[in-house]
Ligand binder design. Structure first.
Ligand SMILES: [Zn+2]
Length: 194
């Protein structure tokens, strides 16, 4: 395991961000493990570490802007953009469609790195990439703090993750925890995601 991964795992453990149970994820899948990145990112020094490490992975890509899906990606984008010395924007859903709001604009052809906290299915990264393309940006890559797909997700651009974990996620109909009758935790309503 590379050094950054080991350091991040230690940070996740120390901040209580790696939870065990029976979780219903935003994607609708069920999982025995849950990563609450907000518990890591609440510490500015950890957030800064994450941003610098992500920026280093895309250091040769001439990034003009970093864009993330709200809410989970905002701090990741902010710290990555700080490391590059560029702008940090975020997308939000408007009538169900991920879009740039609040007066955020891209100049045609600006080179955009899309980041988020956790990649599970890649759905919100893909939606954010689409929003950037709609806004005339050029997506040069996608980064995340955690990839819980074990590296399997393809979003159509070069992807980098600081911590890759192969965490099982099941369709509810195939979930072994459901079959065992383990009580379900639905973290979404408490601001958790992934
Ligand atoms: Zn289940």
């Amino acid at each position: 395991m590379v050094d950054i991964e080991r350091q991040l795992l230690t940070i996740f453990e120390h901040t209580g961000a790696l939870l065990e149970g029976h979780f219903q994820l935003t994607s609708g899948l069920h999982s025995p493990r849950y990563l609450q990145c907000a518990l890591v990112l609440q510490y500015p020094e950890h957030a800064e570490f994450v941003g610098r490490a992500l920026a280093a992975r895309f250091g040769d890509d001439r990034v003009d802007v970093v864009v993330a899906p709200a809410i989970g990606g905002i701090i990741v984008a902010h710290e990555t953009a700080r490391a590059f010395g560029v702008r940090a924007l975020f997308t939000e859903r408007e009538a169900g469609v991920m879009t740039l709001r609040r007066g955020f604009r891209l100049i045609r052809g600006e080179r955009v790195l899309v980041v988020e906290d956790v990649v599970t299915t890649g759905g919100s990264t893909r939606e954010t990439i689409d929003a950037v393309i709609d806004a005339d940006g050029v997506v040069i890559g996608a980064g995340s703090l955690v990839d819980r797909s074990g590296g399997a997700v393809d979003v159509g651009v070069r992807r980098q993750s600081l911590l890759t974990l192969d965490v099982p996620a099941y369709e509810p109909s195939e979930c072994p925890l459901c079959k065992e009758g383990v009580p379900q935790i639905k973290p979404g309503s408490r601001g958790l995601k992934n």
